[in-house]
Design a protein around this ligand. Structure first.
Ligand code: PLP
Length: 362
């Protein structure tokens, strides 16, 4: 499909440089966005690059009432040699199509997916931080926008992609966080939409997330919805435990989001000589492991922060310190190895990085 590129008035270079200095996360967006529509007759059609800006929706649009939405999150990295790389973007493409099928949204397919992302990133090279730390965050979204309050799948869809510079998650360096485990709220249940990257799961996490903050915790580590016994994941990151020399993470049973970072770190861990296990991990096992020292490290993993060490758990009202409460060696080495590959500083034996072709000299 030919992507039509419309003229866009560009932010002056000096202003872009200023905006890239301390962009934080999800606050600064570039000049352009990708958009494409779906209809019954034409399927996905009319892909185009247009100026970044508001979209118009009918107040009765499906997404605004029944949440027919899926999204993705990935990054583009500026390498020291001037090239720009994506990290396993085809995995995000598979995942948005899996999410889409669960929500009765038509899948995009791998060709349009990669073409859309590469075209937009190529045009917005100037917005990618070149300090070897920051990156360009890419947020593809698909919404059902057919108007009508009858509960059924929409007959029209909008697929759009916005991008913007993102700073390192912990600008002042790697810091351990405190995480809340509670038995009142769940994020997702087996059979529900937990494996799909969709807004509804995030809506469910807002109240428990707020309560966690009030208790001095950064986020919630959710338990399974059946028994409140086994750990699942955080609101937006997967979780891993290092028991002895075994990296252990909960299995993908339908309620957990299949993270690209999760998959990548399991692969790196095997390569680095760790045993790797996907199995259920109970809160009791964590408490006991923390006491005996068998549980050496615990950390959260995801595209935004890559690896975040969990120093302390607040399990209902009991503080449980993991290891020495600081940043573990394994967490740090996974972080260094993964970001090293993403930024082109280390060899990429798994073929994970994909250089964005230069179609238009910036
Ligand atoms: C996006 C997301 C993750 C992390 O996935 P990555 O592909 O590693 O970024 C984990 N959990 C949830 C709920 C998510 O939405």
């Amino acid at each position: 499909m030919e992507i039509k590129i419309h003229p866009v008035s560009e932010t002056p270079r000096a202003e872009i440089e200023e905006k890239k200095k301390d962009p934080g996360f999800g606050r600064v967006f570039s000049d352009r966005m990708f958009r494409c529509r779906w209809s019954e007759e034409k399927g996905w059609h009319d892909p185009e690059i247009v100026p970044y800006g508001p979209i118009t929706l009918d107040p009765a649009a499906n997404v605004l009432h029944y949440g027919q939405e899926v999204f993705e999150g990935l990054k583009a990295y500026a390498w020291e040699d001037g090239r720009v790389a994506l990290f396993r973007p085809e995995k995000n493409g598979e995942r948005i199509d899996n999410s889409a099928r669960r929500l009765c949204i038509p899948p995009v397919g791998p060709e349009l997916w990669l073409e859309a992302i590469e075209t937009l990133v190529d045009l917005e090279r100037a917005w990618i931080p070149a300090d070897g730390k920051g990156s360009l965050y890419i947020r593809p979204t698909i919404i059902g926008d057919e108007p009508g309050l009858g509960v059924s799948a929409s007959n029209s869809y909008l697929f759009y992609i916005i991008v913007g510079p993102a700073g390192p998650y912990f600008p002042s360096g790697f810091k351990p966080v405190k995480i809340y485990i509670q038995k009142k709220y769940v994020r997702a249940a087996v059979g529900g939409i937990g494996f799909a990257k969709t807004s509804g799961n995030y809506a469910a996490s807002l109240l428990p997330g707020k309560i966690a903050k009030e208790k001095g915790c950064a986020q919630v580590l959710y338990l399974d919805a059946r028994e409140f016994k086994h750990i699942e994941e955080l609101g937006g990151m997967n979780v891993m435990c290092l028991f002895g020399n075994t990296l252990t993470t909960p299995p993908l049973d339908g309620s957990i989001l299949p993270g690209v970072t999760r998959d990548s770190i399991m692969t790196l861990a095997r390569d680095m000589g760790y045993e790797v296990e996907e199995r259920s991990i109970s809160v009791d096992e964590i408490r006991a492991g923390a006491r005996t020292g068998e549980l050496k490290e615990m950390f959260a993993v995801g595209t935004a922060a890559v690896v975040t060490s969990i120093g302390t758990l607040l399990i209902e009202d009991e503080d449980v310190v993991i290891g020495d409460g600081g940043v573990g060696d394994a967490a740090r080495s996974f972080y260094d190895r993964l970001t090293g590959i993403q930024f082109g500083r280390l060899p990429d034996p798994f073929g994970w990085t994909r250089i964005v072709p230069e179609k238009r000299k910036g």
